[in-house]
Ligand binder design. Structure first.
Ligand code: NAP
Length: 291
């Protein structure tokens, strides 16, 4: 009797597993079909999550333009994209702190690809992980890179995205919903992105625009730049960049308005205001710091 019950449970679990695998397989096939030949611009693609996104788009057979500041590294990423199956992989070096480079990059992608289906804004300028000591100039510069260039590029690419019923994908952070110590300038830029593109989502919906806007809220991801900063000071788990990248791509391709990755970032952003004292205590205790 007991054996019978166990074997029924096993059959049930195996059929759930099989259903999940079939579902994932079919979804990836559909995704592969919709992304094959898609015209994509990914920013901040020389390293980290952006680089991983470029490789995923390449495996799906997309036509890609990648950008960041370091030309040599971009060239290597573009070559790898071609070897992975990208229909096209072009690169353009640009500094998003400049007034003109954000427009120049969008124009380049539209010209070389003949339009845009996905505009994926992901780059961030380097920023220290430390108590804020009054460096207003750095915060102003970071706002240019992490925020103003995003809205400039979104506007520049909008007409082309309208034509293609395309998608605008904004890579943001849990730190755009919840403040945390040591990253005051960075968290400000992410709050600005969430505020701006949240409003923009409303406006496009009200105008019955063809363009979808996806805002991606990420937790800690294991990129070199992030791990260098936090490895010694927190035990918060870091999630794989390649998985984060794939989730961002799926969110854009399925035109969802939000992504929370990993899943618990959704719970955190939902519950953080329920018990503010507890939330603040937990945030401060998650870092090892002694004054
Ligand atoms: P990353 O590894 O530091 O990569 C940043 C990218 O931006 C690089 O390609 C860099 O290339 C480029 N970049 C830097 N300054 C630039 C400038 N002035 N102009 C143009 N490009 C510039 O970043 P990541 O960790 O992959 O993060 C990617 C995205 O995920 C960001 O939006 C970040 O906020 C978000 N996110 C990350 C985490 C995490 O834990 N990693 C968590 C939450 C959210 P060059 O140096 O060649 O210019």
């Amino acid at each position: 009797m007991l054996y019978q019950r166990h074997s029924n449970v096993n059959v049930f679990l195996i059929s759930i597993n099989t259903t999940v695998y079939v579902f994932v397989f079919v979804s990836l096939m559909c995704l592969s079909e919709s992304l094959s030949g898609a015209r994509v611009l990914v920013t901040g693609a020389s390293t980290g999550i952006g680089e991983q996104m470029a490789y995923h788009y390449a495996r799906f057979g997309a036509q890609i333009v990648i950008t960041a500041r370091r030309q040599k590294v971009l060239q290597q990423v573009a070559e790898k994209c071609l070897s992975l199956g990208a229909q096209k992989a072009l690169y353009i070096a640009a500094d998003m702190a400049s007034e003109s480079d954000p427009d120049k990059v969008v124009d380049f992608a539209i010209e070389k690809l003949g339009g845009l289906d996905y505009l994926v804004l992901n780059h961030i300028g380097p920023s220290p992980f430390s108590m804020w000591e009054g460096d207003v100039d750095h915060t102003r510069w970071l706002m240019k890179v992490n925020f103003f260039s995003y809205i400039q590029m979104a506007w520049r690419g909008l007409a082309s995205l309208e034509q293609s019923k395309g998608s605008l994908v904004i890579v943001s952070s849990l730190l755009g919903k919840m403040s945390s110590p040591f990253v005051a300038p960075y968290t400000s830029t992410k709050f600005a992105l969430n505020g701006f593109f949240g409003a923009f989502q409303h406006e496009l919906a009200m105008k019955k625009s063809n363009v979808s806007v996806s805002i991606c809220t990420l937790g800690l991801i294991d990129t070199d730049s992030a791990m260098e900063k936090v490895r010694e000071v927190t035990s918060v788990p870091a999630y794989p960049a390649t998985d984060a990248a794939l989730n961002i791509i799926i969110t854009g391709a399925t035109r969802q308005s939000e992504l929370f990755y990993p899943w618990f970032t959704y719970i955190v952003s939902l519950t953080k205001d329920w018990f503010p004292s507890f939330t603040n205590y937990a945030i401060q205790k998650s870092y090892s710091y002694s004054p």
